[in-house]
Design a protein around this ligand. Structure first.
Ligand code: PEP
Ligand code: MG
Length: 509
């Protein structure tokens, strides 16, 4: 029997969980310890996982998308690619990750040289699949076990667990982290506890250990005795919800996937104030097609009709990086290519998403939100792209509607330009998570600097006041959609400042 240990941690998300640990190792060494046989098995396991994921999506896709998924599954079953990767493991002693990378590159080159156009087109699929397999095998993406688990790691990238089915993750524990990180927001969406700040975590907790996570008290119990385990499994509690204050303010929901729609409707939200559309773009070999996006947005908009659903354009950030979009390593990624900057440098990506949004807008009250705006020209350029998307749809004879366009105010530059932006935008949504980070010059993801990351800082409230005044002077409404909106003391102050609505994770409505 292992020793029972209790540790005090920092609380990011409340709730209670009990279950086995799945330890996510960071900095995975590709050349470590395994035999050829083990590498082949790892490769087969990763291929199987990817096929399962694709099949799951196939069942929910329209015909065109389903055919594309079939083509990808065929590639994964073909000797040309995976068979060759296995040969490389056996004959060149490569790890599974290195082998898929090499096999993918070579297969791609051969396909590109083909005279057959269809084969040449397949090369992009092979590249995408090779990249996804590589990220699965090199630990950048999580291969979760079949049974629900508590995810534990020194640090965990939210992109790696973004597409996980609700229910697979019971709770999260990391060594470094913060309450306003994307991982924390994700835990809140999943309705699971998240604790962080446990030093030397991997020395204290191992794969398969049993944990009780108490997100209310901030206590982790490792390998409790049998009776405590049974008790914990019987009493997995939901997060303690505070009774809503009667304020009269409009409360909207933030969501990161269509699976949350039922909960939004049950919670009686006024609408959806923020759809983080990233959920559609991650853990897949290539970007979703226009058709796939239309289906997802339509589902959201039709479920909410006649209430509004504000869908944010893809917000790629330092911790949210799809494998299919090659991006340079940046020394300071939080201040690098992200949000609308990524979209305006990848116009095809932006245009496909805009076309899908314009098409889905026919189904109901959809609005579009632009992330990480710092300059007026970004709003102007996005508007031009909307016109181009509309023209393309019209030429194809497809029905569409141009929805209202809002701006996320999450950089000090956007606050200072709020009067000018308000003249051109239909609404503002204040993203206090990033606004705090950039106003206070403190990383929202880093635990070390956490005490300095204070969303209730006077400077942040002044930024909000400036934004609200500028918006109201121009006659447009302002929502706060960052985590500040769920801090009860802050919500009162936001209302006093004149904020029109709060948008919060579904569990907090
Ligand atoms: C924010 O920055 O406050 C926000 C709502 O966006 P995200 O947390 O997705 O960056
Ligand atoms: Mg943000």
């Amino acid at each position: 029997m292992k020793n029972v240990e209790k540790y005090e941690c920092r609380k990011a998300q409340g709730g209670f969980a009990a279950g086995s640990v799945f330890l996510l190792r960071t900095g995975y060494e590709e050349h470590s310890l395994r035999s050829e046989k083990a590498e082949e098995e790892r490769l087969e396991e990763a291929v199987e996982t990817l096929i399962q994921r694709l099949s799951f999506r196939r069942e929910r896709s329209e015909r065109v998308a389903a055919e594309l998924i079939d083509a990808e599954i065929m590639i994964l079953k073909d000797e040309f690619f995976i068979g060759y990767a296995k040969t490389l493991i056996r004959e060149e002693g490569l790890s599974a990750a290195e082998a898929v990378k090499k096999a993918g590159t070579e297969a791609c080159e051969k396909l590109c040289e083909s005279d057959d156009e269809m084969l040449r087109e397949r090369s992009a699929d092979v590249r995408g699949l090779a990249e996804t397999l590589h990220s699965l095998l090199s630990g950048r993406e999580v291969l979760l076990p079949e049974t629900p688990c508590i995810l534990v790691g020194e640090s965990i990238s939210p992109g790696s667990v973004l597409m996980t089915e609700p229910g697979r993750i019971l709770g999260i524990l990391t060594e470094t982290g913060s309450r306003t990180s994307h991982l924390s927001i994700l835990a809140e969406h999943y309705g699971v506890p998240y604790l962080y700040g446990l030093e030397d975590l991997t020395k204290k907790i191992g794969d398969g250990d049993f944990l009780i996570l108490d997100g209310e008290e901030g206590i982790v119990t490792v390998n409790p005795d049998e009776s405590a385990r049974e008790e914990a499994l019987r009493h997995r509690k939901a997060p303690q919800k505070k009774a809503p204050e009667k304020t009269g303010i409009k409360v909207y929901a933030n969501i990161a996937g269509t699976k949350e729609l039922d909960a939004v409707l049950k919670a009686g939200a006024r609408g959806i104030g923020l759809v983080r559309s990233e959920f559609l773009f991650f853990n897949r070999p290539k970007a979703p097609t226009e058709e796939e996006q239309v289906a997802a947005y339509q589902e959201i908009v039709s479920a909410m009709e006649p209430k509004e659903a504000v869908i944010r354009l893809l917000d790629i950030g330092p911790d949210k990086h799809p494998v299919w979009l090659p991006m340079k390593d940046e020394a300071n990624p939080a201040m690098g290519l992200r949000g609308i900057r990524v979209l305006l440098t990848n116009k095809d990506l932006l245009r496909t998403q805009l076309k899908a949004l314009l098409r889905a807008a026919v189904a109901g009250n959809l609005k579009i939100l632009i992330p990480m705006v710092t300059s007026l020209w970004e709003l102007d350029e996005t508007k031009k792209e909307i016109e181009t998307a509309a023209a393309e749809l019209s030429a194809r004879g497809i029905p569409f509607r141009i929805p209202e366009l809002g701006v996320m105010i999450e950089t000090p530059a956007a606050v200072m330009l709020a009067p000018e932006l308000a003249e051109k935008a239909a609404f503002f949504s204040i993203g206090t998570n990033d606004l705090t980070q950039f106003t206070l010059a403190v990383d929202r993801e880093t635990e070390d600097t956490d005490p300095a990351y204070d969303p209730c800082h006077e400077a942040v409230f002044k930024m909000i006041a400036l934004t609200v005044n500028a918006a109201h002077a121009a006659g447009i409404p302002v929502t706060v959609c960052g985590e500040l909106a769920v801090i009860p003391e802050a919500a009162g102050r936001l209302i006093a400042l004149g904020v029109d609505a709060l948008s919060v994770p579904v569990g907090r409505i």
